[in-house]
Design a protein around this ligand. Sequence first.
Ligand SMILES: Cc1cc2nc3c(=O)[nH]c(=O)nc-3n(C[C@H](O)[C@H](O)[C@H](O)COP(=O)(O)OP(=O)(O)OC[C@H]3O[C@@H](n4cnc5c(N)ncnc54)[C@H](O)[C@@H]3O)c2cc1C
Length: 291
Amino acid sequence: MNAFQYHAPGTLDEALSLLDRHGEDATLIAGGTALVLFMKQRLVQPEHLVSLQRVPELGGISLSNGGVRLGAMATHRAVETSPVVASTVPLLAETYGHVATARIRNVATVGGGLVHADPNLDPPPGLIALGARVTLVSSSGERTVPVEELFVDYYETSLMPGEVVTRVDLPRPEPKTGGAFIKFLPRTADDYATVLASATMTLSEDGTVCREVRIGLGSVSVTPVRATGAEEVLRGQAPSSELIRRAAEAVEAQIEPLDDFRGSAGYKTRMAVVFTRRVLERALAGARGAG
Ligand SMILES: Cc1cc2nc3c(=O)[nH]c(=O)nc-3n(C[C@H](O)[C@H](O)[C@H](O)COP(=O)(O)OP(=O)(O)OC[C@H]3O[C@@H](n4cnc5c(N)ncnc54)[C@H](O)[C@@H]3O)c2cc1C
């Protein structure tokens, strides 16, 4: 690891001015579970490390506009165990509960789990399915983007220099909405997924039409993927088993898995179709059972 200067700003403004002052020589650190490994491997060699641990504006989990607001420094474990999350968006608690082990979840943060931008991370597909929006702040202003727009390539995001993820907002699911998350994990319990799929579906009031559907996939491309092609097959239609099967087949056109020790690209492609079908079936069953 190279020598670096450690900064622990006490406000967001201080953190932003450190980023402005040191430019490309500065890197943010949140939980450090990914960044420290990269530093040890010399994949990242910052001269200035700017910790977000003491920035109070970035913590907390709260109700906001009827939905849930996650501060960027909320840990995965805090999301998993939050009563606010459990009573408002329970699929979110399930999503974060799938990450690695409790030791990792106690330290890794919501912001770090997005900006690390590893396509195998658990939270992004769940956040895509739940319609999450991410707020980014820099010294020149604030912008909010749908979570899927954050990911541009392998370990690469659309963050501009000097930007910090400050929060993630999730709407409260509408009535007649169901959701599901599946992490296909054939090796050890703390491994990254071979394939991840998550979906939410909202039915019309009389329960006959799929009014809205969102599908997020992980470990199937260089970024997390929103499976818009599959969504289009279902949106506005009566959601039968046959239609769900057709929708799941449509994900093949939008994914490009990498061959690795977790499976060949061909195998992952087939598994993505299978797990998309399963999350859609579960989301539909949940929507039918929901008030
Ligand atoms: C052994 C092991 C197994 C794991 N298994 C899984 C798994 O199965 N599934 C899973 O989802 N995750 C898993 N993780 C966690 C995951 O890989 C990342 O380590 C974690 O999500 C990073 O969170 P962090 O808060 O520690 O981020 P850090 O390591 O602190 O930072 C990661 C990146 O995000 C940037 N960053 C952090 N916060 C912000 C912010 N607010 N604004 C802008 N940029 C920011 C940093 O500059 C850095 O580039 C595992 C980790 C380990 C070590």
